[in-house]
Design a protein around this ligand. Sequence first.
Ligand code: 16G
Ligand code: MG
Length: 543
Amino acid sequence: MDVTSIETAKSLHPKMYDGHIQYGTAGFRTRSEILDHVMFRMGLLAVLRSKSKRAAIGLMITASHNEEPDNGVKLVDPAGEMLEASWEKLATELANVEDAKLVSTLQNIVSTQNIDINAPANVVVGRDTRQSSPRLATAAVDGIKALQGMVNDFAVITTPQLHYLVVCLNTNESYGIATLHGYYQKLSNAFKEIRGSSPSYKNYTPNLVLDGANGVGAIAVREFQKYLGDSIQIELYNDGSGKLNYMCGADFVKVQQTQPMNVPQQQNVRCASIDGDADRVVYYYTDGQNKFHLLDGDRIATLIASYFKELLQESGLDLQLGLVQTAYANGGSTDYISKVLKIPVACVPTGVKHLHHKALDFDIGVYFEANGHGTVTFKESALGTIRSAIANLRLSETARSAASKLLNAIEVINQTVGDALSDVLIVETILHSKGWSLADWEKSYTDLPNKQLKVKVRDRNVISTVDAERKCVTPAGLQERIDTLVATYPRGRSFVRPSGTEDLVRVYAEGQSVSEVQKLATEVSLAVYELAGGIGPIPIVPN
Ligand code: 16G
Ligand code: MG
């Protein structure tokens, strides 16, 4: 290890912040002004991870849907997955040690992880459009170079594009070409292939209003449109000229259940919102009575799963299809999946890594968080089975054509991580093939009214949960209180969990009517406030 080069670079990125910061569900995420030394150190850690895995590692600078002054960083493992949990601990340790202990901490990681320090390292760097991102990218690059890693800087890209690039580089490009051109081309070619020459069909029209959250996704959408040609026309709002994530974007629309700023309110027009780093998407429309209708991640999951189920049936392929959700999934969707679609459904804790991991258990695993983050994973063996079916001339024309459609749909999907733009293309593909408007799609099941609240407490870690976050075990007595409250509401359900991205506790409630849900959410929030050390104003609906 070249200690002099680390010491020199370190002097440019001294630790100026005394508080403790933690690598959470989506990496480090906090106010951008305290992140310089963290970025530098994550550059160093990415090199060690790359050496240890003998593969390219991704480093993405973004705070996703957070407000513009925040920023963050996450590392992406070789197969496009989130950083392995044991390394999250190393990341937290490295980010918090005093400058004087930086080198010894690195040396410790090298020895405990058996890293060959002379192995090559390749770090793929990307960043979002935040003002602080170029400065923080420089800090990360300084870290990578201080440990003699190779920097593959793609500058401003979406988070899912970074995941895609990492996977391409680590699979000798068998997954796709490791350039942005390769990304756009792979997805758009497959999309156009399935769509064929008739973009309109029954109630489906090839026009989409898209809210780009004033983020990096807006840049990618403009680029995408060039590749998509006439197959679909995307009308872009919040295209980057306004304030990032401010009253717009997928998170705003999902939580507020309302139209984002600047998107014209027109009746029965198909709209979608993506988030600040383009890894989430939700759909919505306003009906003839000016009522707002949200089609969130649960809806997208059921749409995709039902489409795949149909294609599997038509092609006669015996592949196991499964769906993965979190506690936030609407009870209406879970009932529909298990009782109507009859597809196995699993529930895991919040955070993409949990969903992704579970999805890999199935031949075809559809996973989505209600907030619109999700994708589909396919086992290599399943792809082989589908390819053989296409080539098997003894199968009927219908079966082979269904298998082909399945393969094309797979090509449209960015399997490496939830990707708002790829998700838009797959949703558009399915709506087109069914000839559906959003109202047609919405008919499949009814969402139960639901409400989310936030409660500020002294220490959110006093709340601990089990059963995929659906039950809390501490503080004592809280779960009993929740159970008693929930029991008084027909179809009532509620759970609480400490946020992984903000210093607060989240409360979720659902039930049969809006007024009941608001009451339940407020009552549960008060119970948290009382039993988990609430501070600040007492939470009540609306949040
Ligand atoms: C992060 C997660 C997202 C999760 C959210 C929950 C990733 C890449 N992102 O954004 O999946 O829904 O955190 O936030 O894992 P919360 O813990 O603050 O509710
Ligand atoms: Mg995001």
